[in-house]
Design a protein around this ligand. Structure first.
Ligand SMILES: NC(=O)c1ccc[n+]([C@@H]2O[C@H](COP(=O)([O-])OP(=O)(O)OC[C@H]3O[C@@H](n4cnc5c(N)ncnc54)[C@H](O)[C@@H]3O)[C@@H](O)[C@H]2O)c1
Length: 307
């Protein structure tokens, strides 16, 4: 996908939802500046935030569709309008999402069975984070299959899909559902030449109005093995790569882009303090038969160190 872009070939049409936001806009900017699939990219941006959408569309010379993607008809409308505007859609990036704090205990109904605020918020999180990408993918697939055109979909998931956090349960569940929907769509649509993948970012500061994050939370989740915070551009480059021809034989993949924060629990203390007696280079491992430590430590100590 990288390299010289041949003149005269039609641009690849890229639709980005949530394009007024931090990651969505970075994705749109990356396609605008670097093209896609070896040719220039024509962009259609989708968002519910009219002002942010207009600003991004003007800056990137892109088409714009303002729609509420949490409504049942919104995702299909967005894809249909984008398809009609340019006679097809080659790449769909589903980046619109919300991550409000909602405790699991607050997801309940009143005695009359009516959904209360927590249940309504649960439904909205799922409508936007899980259902909208599925509906948009289905709308694209119906048109692409009918036209015998290949297409590539990239859903923006989250490390939360694999790791619950206090107040983040409904969001985590919605992203876990999105990841399985990604695999299921990849399975069904692969025979039609439609690839469906996801990029799963770690925490990336975006200073969003609709997705505020407490500073202490941001500080706590920013740590990662690579030692610097991620940026929306880090995520956008991975999206462009997996959407494009260099990833032509990849589908149903969930690509972590998180500075390594999802590799494990880096905040935990070491299993056993580092020192001359710990490690093969310095002699037998502490628990190896014949090592002094194996003989000197009690059973409880050993069990405790392996949790
Ligand atoms: N920033 C992070 O740390 C991070 C980490 C992992 C995953 N993500 C995911 O990345 C995606 C983008 O998030 P972001 O951090 O850039 O947030 P953001 O708030 O900057 O962007 C979200 C965008 O979605 C739009 N949106 C919200 N509700 C909508 C609706 N009903 N219809 C249409 N558009 C709507 C907003 O207007 C906004 O432009 C989300 O799916 C989020 O879950 C973000």
């Amino acid at each position: 996908m990288a390299g010289a872009r041949p003149e005269g070939r039609a641009p690849v049409h890229v639709v980005v939802t949530g394009a007024a936001g931090g990651i969505g806009r970075a994705v749109a900017e990356t396609f605008a500046s670097e093209g896609g699939c070896g040719v220039d990219a024509a962009l259609t941006l989708v968002d519910v935030d009219g002002d942010g959408l207009a600003a991004a569309a003007a800056a990137l010379d892109a088409g714009q569709i303002r729609v509420d993607l949490a409504s049942p008809g919104g995702p299909g409308e967005a894809v249909d309008r984008a398809w009609q505007a340019r006679g097809g859609v080659d790449v769909l990036v589903n980046a619109a999402g919300i991550y409000p704090s909602l405790d699991m205990i607050d997801v309940h109904c009143g005695e009359d069975g009516a959904a209360e605020a927590g249940t309504q918020l649960w439904d909205r999180i799922f409508a936007l984070n899980s259902r909208a990408p599925a509906l948009a993918t289905a709308a694209l697939a119906r048109r692409a299959v009918a036209a015998s055109r290949p297409a590539s979909v990239v859903n923006i998931s989250s490390g939360a899909a694999l790791r619950a956090r206090p107040g983040g349960g409904p969001y985590a569940a919605s992203k876990a559902a999105l990841e399985m929907a990604t695999r299921a769509a990849a399975l069904e649509l692969g025979p039609h030449g439609i690839r469906v993948n996801a990029v799963s970012p770690g925490f990336v500061p975006v200073a969003s109005d609709c997705n505020p994050v407490a500073p202490e939370y941001a500080a706590a989740v920013s740590a990662n093995p690579l030692g610097r915070p991620g940026t929306p551009e880090d995520v956008a480059r991975a999206v462009r790569w997996i959407a494009g021809d260099e990833a032509a034989w990849i589908t149903g993949e969930i690509l972590r882009v998180d500075g390594g924060s999802g590799t494990g629990a880096g905040h935990l203390p070491r299993l056993w303090p580092p020192g001359p007696a710990n490690g093969a280079a310095n002699g037998p491992a502490p628990d190896a038969p014949g090592s002094e430590q194996a003989g000197n430590r009690g059973g409880n100590e050993t069990e405790g160190s392996t949790v």
